[in-house]
Design a protein. Sequence first.
Length: 86
Amino acid sequence: MTATATATAIRAVVGACQGCGGCLLTCPERAIRPVGLGPVAKRHAGASAGAGPTLVVLDTCTGCGDCVELCPVDAIELVELAGGAT
């Protein structure tokens, strides 16, 4: 992704994550951390299904968008940061 005049970052869509873990593996900055288990992990653990994990985005996110493109359920979106220029 090429640099633009506007700073971007990612934002998790609450309740949309299914816990596949693809975003964790694709992030070059390791800026995404899951909190809780997703439906797939819950099934394997014998826990009840429900909303996926909450994704916590760390300050190391560069807004490259790799995770956004990879997510099969559109649980992550690229957003413009208020007043931020790179």
